[in-house]
Design a protein around this ligand. Sequence first.
Ligand code: UD1
Length: 418
Amino acid sequence: MSEKLAIEGGISLEGELSVQGSKNSALPILAAAAVTGGSSIIKKCPKLTDVDAAVRILEYLGCKAARTGDTLIVDSSGMCRSDIPKKLMHEMRSSIVFLGAILARFGNAVVSTPGGCEIGLRPIDIHLSALEALGAEITELHGRLYCSCRDGLRGTKITLSFPSVGATENIMLAAVTAKGTTTIINAAREPEIIDLASFLNGCGARISGSGEGTITIDGVQKLDNYEHTVIPDRIVASTYMAAAAVTGGRLKLDNVVVEHLYPVLSAYEKAGCLITPSHGSLEIKAPRRLGGIGAVRTMPYPGFPTDSQAAAMVMASLARGTSVIIENIFENRFKHVGELVRMGAKIMVENIVAVVEGVERLHGVEVEASDLRGGAALVLAGLAAEGETTVGGVHHIDRGCQSFENNLRLLGAKIKRS
Ligand code: UD1
């Protein structure tokens, strides 16, 4: 049975925390480690169940992985398999980035379609058509994808119909050792894309334009060993900021890239939080009662991140006045709404729009997390609520937040796992 978090709400959080390395950077970098055929030292690699799932895939493929503290060392010299069993693929949706990596290494791969998930259908059509453009022949049979490229992958111009983060990563991984030049037009611009490029370039790849709409990859023959530090997790940073905001607290966050947080800062400031950024850290001081966050639209970077939407909704739920949240990225990302309403929030959802009328207080009840970010948001709501909140489905939160309740406890929260 899944574990639960019991939270005694109503305590202002105060203190200082160092933010973990980014999950969404670490996962494609682990796939990239498989392409190198050598040894990769990955520092600030967060301890998460999603990272464990990626390590299980690497080990299945024949790679070795060893962790010491926050550092993970991957040796892919012994990689000998090009298939991933369905069970391992289904442990984590983003395992699809291993497809580009395995194709780059061996020229063929057999993986499973990841299928839908809690937050939406999440098709992979953009990934597959891009890999086909690079020369892969892909056949789907009973949910398995059989991919091969008889003459090796060849660079080409690929225009994405949407700046998909995962598809951009898959193309980068596949193209890095392809013959010739690959150009990705309408590429995702997320900081995690820049981090993947900086890891690959450190290994000897020739990628330019990451973080911009057009990325150019000049294929190289081989990659080398490299030591890389994963960027700070901007989503986790925004979650802790929201924890301070909804409890009227004050928090200093270390290991942040302030620029990566620009897309969320204006909403926090609009709510009345005082934010003082400095190099590599940031302080947030919440007002006694939050103001509304106005209208927030989730968008690809540098727009407001869909992964911070649920935390922002908890802020809006407790704010003075009405806020509007429009979810443009995933079609099923309001699953936390029903649980917040049971805690006393006033939220109305119509398709992709949530209208949130702030209330003075939420009250503790038993709620159930059904996805990672929505689950973390329910914990935030519990921290602010009167009485005790129990959040079930904690395994969703463990996918992406390292030592979540321990960190919150360091800030004064009364929270325990059972
Ligand atoms: C990544 C992040 C996730 C974040 C999301 C959007 C990781 C491990 N996960 O997910 O936390 O919420 O970016 O910032 O980095 N789509 C298609 N066809 C495709 C690919 C995507 O229709 O082939 C759609 C998706 O269903 C979704 C939208 O495009 O509606 C965005 O998806 P994408 O950017 O690919 O997100 P992920 O890489 O899955």
